[in-house]
Design a protein around this ligand. Sequence first.
Ligand SMILES: [Zn+2]
Length: 202
Amino acid sequence: MLKYPSSIIDLINSFEMLPGVGKKTAERYAFYVLDYMRVEDVEEFANNLKVVKNSIKQCVLCGNLSETDICPICQDETRDKSVVLVVENARDVLSIEKLNEYNGVYHVLGGSISFSKGITANNLNIDSLINKVKNKEVKEIILATNATLEGETTARYIKELLSSYEDIKISRIAYGLPVGGDLLYADQMTLLKALEGRQEYK
Ligand SMILES: [Zn+2]
């Protein structure tokens, strides 16, 4: 059986690591690189992969992705640090930022509690959120985890942890977000309504 040279096979295998890319598509990408991409573009592509992996870290304050220790949002003097919107992933921050409506800061959990995937509260960035509340830096917490079982479980867990702090307002975005809804896939209008229509979380 005819086989591709090993470097082509390696490239195909690399593309196959990407979500949604099967063998056929990976082959198509590999041959696109070989036949159509200029050497400079390939080098830039490879370099971008390396740089993003090496230079992006988590903001020490909120867990958002950042090239600096403290992300631009946490550094921004005009943002209200007393309002913290809690999301599962850094990509959710982007979804909310696109609305241009929210002027508080964020707290990125890095996932949600999932019994099926074995993810517990200990695996998530929750302690530093509680510390912010303990230090009285926060007046309002908006729980914006996804409208899934895992997102609900996580919101409920955080709410319980914060139940002894009386002078803090806890709300949950809910309105308009379909059950099973992932923040990432909600359209902007739905997300805006969900944020505006947040309700006290009981
Ligand atoms: Zn930050």
